[in-house]
Write a protein that binds this ligand. Structure first.
Ligand code: I3P
Length: 126
């Protein structure tokens, strides 16, 4: 199992709780506010849910739709400059929105970084 040189993307990633902070919108800096989000990777986008149970009452309320991040043309990189936390990745979308994702568990964030980056790289050309 597992292709040469990298994460095995033939198995879809299940959702995971990661720490998330949006730090810019359209290139304009925003005040950082870390929250925990349930992160789901789609074919060319990321979804941020408040909770893992998508059918729960809170997620069905109007206005509680997941935040959707378009990964087409996005860059995904490790960053040490944008936070004092360890294991932080930065996603910069084509539209200039910037997100930080972080987990204290390195294997978890590393696996998600690889998968998100491969999704972004693959979807930008197609
Ligand atoms: C921010 C808060 C963040 C911190 C950020 C602070 O303060 O402490 O946790 O980011 O640092 O500005 P506040 O809650 O008053 O907005 P990190 O945890 O990622 O370091 P920053 O301004 O250097 O980004």
């Amino acid at each position: 199992i597992g292709g040469p040189g990298g994460a095995d993307l033939s198995v879809p990633l299940q959702g995971v709780y990661l720490n998330k902070a949006k730090i810019a919108e359209g290139g304009k800096k925003q005040r950082k506010n870390w929250t925990s989000a349930w992160v789901v990777l789609g074919s060319d986008h990321l979804l941020f849910y408040k909770e893992s149970k998508q059918e729960t009452v809170v997620n069905l309320k109007p206005g509680n739709r997941p935040d959707e991040v378009d990964l087409r043309g996005a860059s995904v990189e490790w960053t040490k400059d944008k936070s004092s936390r360890k294991h932080v990745i930065q996603i910069t979308t084509y539209a200039g929105d910037e997100y930080l994702l972080q987990s204290d568990d390195f294997p978890t964030i590393s696996k998600w970084r690889d998968a998100i980056k491969q999704t972004a790289d693959r979807s930008c050309s197609g």
